[in-house]
Each structure stands twice: as C-alpha cells, then as structure tokens.
Ligand binder design. Structure first.
Ligand SMILES: NC(=O)c1ccc[n+]([C@@H]2O[C@H](COP(=O)([O-])OP(=O)(O)OC[C@H]3O[C@@H](n4cnc5c(N)ncnc54)[C@H](O)[C@@H]3O)[C@@H](O)[C@H]2O)c1
Length: 290
C-alpha cells in the first residue's frame, strides 16, 4: 500500500542479502545511526559479513576516522539473522542474487510480514523495477535504490522510479539517502539505469582487447589508471564480482535487443563457470591470496 506521507527520518532498516553489497549497505546504515537487520539465507555469509564490517570499522579506528566507542556502537546496531520473520522494518532494501524469481519470491514474503506503509527498495543493477513490482503482485511502495561498490565509501545512489513508484516513496528514499550521506540521483527505469548503461562498453571493450591479444589485463588497467580512472576495468570487475558483472551484461544485452557490440564476453563466461568470481573467491582476472 502506498503511504500518504513520507517519514522525516528512519530509525531502522532491514537489508536482505549479506554479500558484497548488502554487507556494505548495512555497515553504512548502522554507521549513520539506524538499527539494522541483515538477513541472508546463509549463516556462513552472515558470519563473513560480520567479520567484514568489524574489519572495516577497525580500519577506520586505526586511521582515527572514528573512535573505538563509535565502532562498538555501530556493531551493536547490527543484527544478523537467517530468520525471515525478523526482517521487519520501516524500510527494507533487497540486495540478494540478481535474479527475477529470487527477488520476487523474497518481496512477496516480506510484503506479507511487514506493515502496509513499509518502503521496499531493490539494489538491482540491471533488472526492470516495473517488472519486479508487477510480479510481486501486492501493492507495495517500491523503487530501485542502487548503491555502488564499496557501499560505505561510494557517495552515489541511483534512485530508480518505475511507473508504480509513488512520489511519497521517492521522497522517503531521498530522505534515507540523505541520512546515509549519499548523493541520490533520480533515474527512470530503463536497462542498466545510467551508470551501468554507460559503463558497459568500458568492461566489454577491455575484455575484447584481451581476447584479441592486443594487451593483458595488467596493461589495460595500468593504462586506464595512468589516464585518470580511479581503477582499471579488470580490478573493478574483480571487486564487483565477475558473476554479478556478467549477469548485468547479459540482462542489458537482452533488454536492448542483443546488439553485437554489447555481447557478453566469452572469457568472462569461462571464468565464472570455473568459479573464479573475483575478490570474493580469491581469484578472478587477478589472484587475491587470503
Ligand atoms: N557487486 C556489485 O558491485 C554491485 C553493485 C551494485 C548493485 N549490485 C546488486 O546488488 C545485488 C547483490 O549483489 P552482490 O554483489 O552483493 O551479490 P553477492 O553474490 O555478493 O551476494 C548475494 C547474497 O544474496 C544471498 N541470497 C541469495 N538468495 C537469497 C534469498 N532468497 N534471501 C536472502 N539472501 C539470499 C546470497 O546468500 C548472497 O550472500 C544484486 O542485485 C547486484 O546486481 C551489485
């Protein structure tokens, strides 16, 4: 049910999915004072998420960016759970696997246990917000809220509105973004939104150059960093996760009518099939010793 007035601020939030993005978003929410429930189907992933948040906060303490007490309070605000019944909050952000049926199934269950004025948002990089909303089949307040990796650091969020997004939902998510000290940019629901649409050739052309034998991933990254990019495409894909990056390429390619210039990379498909997903598995284009 669409709410008629947007809350002025949120004191709590739930984050579904404790992988690369969910973990970072939960840390960001807790650091900005929100009680945060982090839900995942895997207890192992939740344990890794807790360690990642602890280690990130410890790093900030070492660099004297925050006090040890602030780090401790932040951790106390995060509750990790595999129990879906505990995922009840005024705003729920979904950051699970990039798959329509998984996301729709989760939103249907969440809609059944949350209040009718709960705001639901998805962190999807490439799925249609309107198509997700239509399949959820319940009149929930819904939009995309697309964070960037690493979520505690990157300022940008794309606030993606579909036809079903009520202005009060947009208002509420703008307030949430402001609370998290993010810069929200409004986007319409089109394939890849803005950043992933513009950035796709950056990844795909870089992989094409390697496949053609023109240069190595190391050389391409070095050239792009020297020319002013903060990170080369291969290091960035390893950070994002090759599985996630490949799925986004596939979704975008399909949604745009399969143009040859945006065809997914065979080299990336092979790495994903071999389980080399980037930093999260210790190996992608580059190796990351534990
Ligand atoms: N990785 C990035 O750089 C990036 C950036 C922006 C947005 N995204 C988007 O964020 C979402 C998550 O990406 P990620 O990189 O964190 O993925 P990830 O693979 O690191 O984590 C996904 C998590 O979802 C969990 N999960 C799967 N099904 C679930 C379910 N039904 N209920 C609860 N948990 C479930 C998995 O156990 C896993 O821990 C995707 O939609 C992705 O497109 C990713």
């Amino acid at each position: 049910m669409e709410q008629m007035t947007a809350p002025t601020s949120f004191d709590a939030m739930a984050v579904c999915g404790a992988g690369t993005m969910g973990s970072g978003i939960a840390q960001c929410a807790a650091q900005h004072g929100l009680r945060t429930v982090v839900y995942d189907v895997s207890a192992g992933v939740l344990a890794k998420s807790k360690l990642a948040i602890e280690s990130s906060l410890a790093g900030q303490v070492r660099k004297q960016k925050i006090s040890a007490a602030a780090a401790e309070y932040t951790l106390q605000r995060v509750h990790f759970t595999t129990n879906l019944a505990q995922v009840v909050a005024p705003v729920v952000l979904e950051a699970i696997v990039e798959d329509y049926s998984a996301k729709v199934g989760l939103f249907r269950q969440l809609a059944a246990i949350n209040a009718s004025d709960t705001i639901f948002a998805t962190n999807t990089s490439s799925l249609s917000i309107q198509l997700l909303w239509a399949q959820i089949d319940r009149p929930i307040a819904f939009a995309g809220l697309h964070f960037f990796n690493p979520a505690p650091v990157m300022k940008l969020v794309e606030l993606v509105q579909c036809d079903a997004t009520h202005p009060t939902t947009t208002d509420a998510l703008l307030r949430l973004a402001a609370q998290l000290q993010k810069t929200a940019v409004l986007c319409t629901d089109s394939p890849g939104f803005v950043v992933n649409r513009v950035a796709r050739p950056y990844y795909l052309e870089a992989m094409r150059l390697v496949e053609l034998g023109v240069a190595t991933p190391e050389q391409i990254d070095a050239v792009l960093v020297a020319s002013g990019f903060k990170m080369g495409p291969f290091k960035l894909m390893d950070l994002i996760g090759l599985d996630v990056n490949l799925t986004v390429s596939e979704q975008l390619w399909s949604a745009l009518g399969k143009p040859p210039r945006l065809a997914p990379s065979a080299m990336q498909q092979a790495l994903v099939q071999q389980g080399h997903l980037g930093r999260k598995t210790g190996r992608g284009f580059f190796a990351y010793p534990a």
